[in-house]
Design a binder for this molecule. Structure first.
Ligand code: PLP
Length: 343
């Protein structure tokens, strides 16, 4: 049997395309970091540009009246995976401008997400990072810190974030020559990050329609900075702070202020009111958001959504905006996702 004439083969097509220039099937050359105008290799500039401008996501919950809109900033879209990229960026830029970095190691206490953001920026911009972290921080957080090459000092789980703060202060007092103590709980660059980025983003993305801003309190940087900016833009806006209902809680990232060291950056006059959330309600809401909306968020997002829904249910109309600080994949090992689907 005569051998069939080969059909015009794939390789011939590729050769044609290559002759014509970049097209499907031929990879365009990978651009070097320096190819973007103004970008310098290894200065971490590109990474900084990716922080912020997170999507504002519509959260549709059946318990909300139709004329009430609920929106959330999806902060896990940031390169370090959380809202704390914003604070870390502003803190690091201020420290670099003052000449503390990269000659010293950045030292701070963190419940984990700020630590990860510092570790990412330290790797990109060439400074060392030491973080004091409560031992009960999720395994994923610890592994991420190892991945970025940060030094981690674990502190008592029972003492929570306050224990980590005391350890960071002690280390800094011992070796001020070695460490720059970033002190996110008292550093004005933390709320400034949200005053300059989160607040204006919410204003622009809602075209100035936001009526209620709901945010969890950890260092309080998000609530204080974004809240202050939004109140300046719209004096009648309601600012609702969210905290755990007791000092013994498992909502990573949040603080029960009545039983904790109150951060120096907190402005007690800002909140119109405070909503207190039980750990089980925060977890159940995080699971609902994953299973009903397809958004994998962490427990503090569950707390924020639970509080926002409590606010929204009592309104006739309004535009409620909240913050979803991080993603649920940071909690795969914690048992958060193991509850059966409620049906
Ligand atoms: C998961 C999570 N949610 C909420 C917060 C609270 O944000 P802020 O420190 O800006 O109050 C943090 C802070 O670390 C966090 O890690």
């Amino acid at each position: 049997m005569a051998k069939p004439k080969p059909a015009r083969g794939r390789s011939e097509l590729l050769i044609d395309q290559q002759a014509r220039g970049p097209a499907w099937g031929r990879a365009a050359p990978i651009q070097a970091a320096g190819a973007r105008p103004g970008a310098r290799p290894r200065d971490g500039g590109d990474l900084l540009d990716l922080i912020g401008n997170t999507p504002l996501l519509r959260i549709r919950l059946p318990e909300l009246p139709e004329s009430v809109e609920l929106w959330a900033k999806g902060e896990w879209f940031s390169p370090g995976g959380s809202v704390k990229d914003r604070a870390a960026k502003w803190i690091v830029l201020a420290a670099e401008a003052e000449g503390w970095l990269p000659s010293k190691r950045l030292l701070d206490a963190s419940s984990g997400n700020t630590a990860i953001a510092y570790a990412m920026l330290g790797a990109a911009r060439g400074f060392g990072v030491t973080v004091c972290l409560p031992a009960n921080a999720s395994r994923e957080r610890k592994l991420l810190l190892a991945a970025y090459g940060a030094e981690v000092i674990e502190t008592s789980a029972l003492e929570g974030s306050d224990g980590a703060i005391l350890e960071a202060r002690r280390r800094h007092a011992e070796r001020p020559d070695l460490y720059y103590y970033a002190d996110q709980y008292n550093n004005p660059a933390n709320p400034r990050a949200h005053y300059e980025s989160t607040g204006p983003e919410i204003w622009e993305e809602t075209q100035g329609r936001v009526t209620h801003f709901v945010a969890g309190l950890g260092t309080t940087g998000t609530f204080t900075g974004a809240g202050r900016r939004l109140r300046g833009l719209s004096p009648g806006i309601e600012l609702i702070a969210v905290e755990p209902d007791s000092g013994f809680h498992a909502i990573e990232g949040l603080k029960h202020l009545p039983s904790a060291v109150v951060p120096g950056i907190y402005d007690p006059d800002l909140a119109t009111r405070t909503v207190r959330v039980r750990t089980e309600d925060a977890y159940a809401m995080a699971r609902r958001i994953a299973r009903e909306l397809g958004l994998l968020v962490g427990p503090s997002s569950g707390a924020a959504a639970w509080a926002a829904a409590e606010v929204g249910k009592r309104l006739r109309s309004g535009v409620v905006v909240t913050i979803f600080p991080d993603g649920g994949d940071r909690y795969l090992s914690t048992g958060l996702w193991e509850a059966k689907r409620p049906r």
